[in-house]
Structure formats: C-alpha cells, structure tokens
Design a protein around this ligand. Structure first.
Ligand code: ADP
Ligand code: ADP
Length: 225
C-alpha cells in the first residue's frame, strides 16, 4: 500500500462573501513507502492546506485521503486522531515545542498519548535525541536551545511514534542558511535510517533536489517539477 494517497482532493475557503477561495482543485498524489518527495510552491499556493489535509488536521471538500491504504473518508474524529498520532509525523516551520517541558519530555509526551509506557517512551526519547546529537540537551527547555537544536527536537518528536509518513512544512525555513543545511542533513539521515516516506514542502531547490522526486503545486494541482 502507498504511504500516502490523495485522490482528486479539492479544498476551498468560503470567506462569507462572494468569491470563494479555491485552493486545491483536484490534487492526485501517491507516495510509496520509503519514498521522499519535495513539494515546491510559492507562498499562498496551498502547501499548508495540502499538508494539513494529508496529515488529517483538516478534511477535503471532495476527494479521498488514504494513509497506508486506509481510506480516511468519512471516518470519525477518534479514528482520524488515532491514525494521525500513530502513523503520521508532522514538522512545522516553527518548532511548536511545549515551552514548559524539557526536550526529552517533548519527545515523550506524544508517545504517552499513543499508549506507550513511561519507561519505554523515555528510552525512545533518549535514543532519538542521541541520534540528532542532543543527548546533553535532553533536560533543557526549548528556550535554552538554539533554533537548530529546537528544530532537531521537533524532528525527534515527529518520529517518536514510528510513523510511516512524515509531513514537513518548510522544516528549516526559519533557520539561517548554514544551520538550515546542517539541520536538513540530520533530517534526511533520520528519514533514510527509519525508511519512512516523507512529503517535505520547501522553497529551497537545493534541498528539494536531494529527494527522490520533486513536485510543484500550481493552480491548485500537483504536477511533476
Ligand atoms: P501556503 O502554505 O502555500 O503558503 P496556504 O495553504 O497556507 O498556502 O494558503 C493557501 C490559500 O488559502 C491562501 O490564499 C490563504 O490565504 C488561504 N487560506 C488558508 N487558510 C485559510 C482559512 N482558514 N480561511 C481562509 N483562507 C485561508
Ligand atoms: P502555519 O503553517 O500557518 O504556520 P501551523 O503549521 O502552526 O500554521 O498550524 C496550522 C494549523 O494547524 C493551525 O490552525 C493549528 O491550530 C493546527 N495544528 C497545528 N498542530 C496541530 C496538532 N498537533 N493538532 C491539531 N491541530 C494542529
């Protein structure tokens, strides 16, 4: 089964005035297990909308979303939340770490929400933080970490529940170019090691070129770059 499949996905926003904003007009997209795909588009083209629909944070007006072969159309909030927590990892441009919790706790909490035991979740967090070079920072809160370190913690959080699909919205867009390159290397290494599928929105063509395929979002449709 495909890690992610979108079939004829359409989405518009009705702003309550004539002239609805039609953002997605029939997106077809299939990502195989282990495949990495870049999504390139100008700001406002609908990347966040597409990623939120793929990550079950939002629903399409029409069309189907399948995750690991499971059709999510018409599924209730409980089923959608379970699949989102267990099968999908999300990385944002800004890390969205919980400021009152340490780096390790930020990686542990989603595992507890997914039913893991405390000891197992702690061991998994320690292992992930070590792989991104942050063992010494495990007990620090986000505010004590640099931007690149915060984003590496966010990668660990996204991978904590061993998702089959990673969705990333400009994952290094908030970092300076040097840090962005280094942090992106860490992300690609993690993705390769875990063999998960990834859909990564980026403006950075250099980074996009390192993925298996590059797609463009144009006029509400996804086309090969
Ligand atoms: P991107 O991530 O490519 O910058 P978005 O998906 O955030 O694009 O937005 C695409 C378009 O949809 C933009 O014109 C944006 O203003 C509009 N949009 C996004 N979210 C909403 C919303 N909740 N209500 C109305 N319009 C929205
Ligand atoms: P943007 O891409 O515009 O910067 P974010 O990526 O921060 O915005 O979030 C986009 C939307 O997704 C917001 O409306 C936010 O409330 C929602 N969102 C973000 N993370 C989660 C989550 N873990 N669960 C549910 N909704 C979320």
């Amino acid at each position: 089964d495909a890690a992610l499949r979108l079939e004829a996905v359409a989405k518009g926003y009705n702003l309550g005035t004539p002239g609805e904003v039609q953002v997605l007009r029939g997106v077809d997209l299939t990502i195989a297990p282990g495949e990495t795909v870049a999504l390139v588009a100008p700001s406002g083209a609908g990347k966040s909308t597409l990623l939120h629909i793929a990550g079950l944070l939002d629903t399409p007006d029409t069309g189907r979303v399948l995750i690991g072969g499971q059709d999510m159309t018409g599924r209730g909030d409980g089923a959608r939340t379970a699949v989102r927590r267990g099968d999908v990892g999300f990385i944002y441009q800004f890390h969205h770490l919980l400021p009152e919790f340490t780096a390790a706790e930020n990686v542990i909490l989603p595992q507890l929400a997914d039913g893991a035991g405390r000891a197992q979740a702690g061991a998994r967090a320690a292992e992930l933080l070590e792989r991104v070079g942050l063992s010494a920072r495990a007990d620090h809160r986000p505010a004590a970490l640099s931007g690149g370190e915060q984003q590496r913690v966010a990668f660990c959080r996204a991978l904590a529940n061993r998702p089959r699909l990673l969705l990333a919205d400009e994952p290094t867009g908030n970092l300076d170019p040097d840090t962005s390159d280094r942090v992106f290397d860490v992300l690609m290494t993690l993705v390769a090691e875990t063999g998960l599928a990834a859909l990564i929105a980026t403006h950075n063509m250099g980074l996009a070129a390192r993925m298996d395929r590059v797609l463009r979002l144009e006029n509400g449709m996804v086309v090969a770059a």
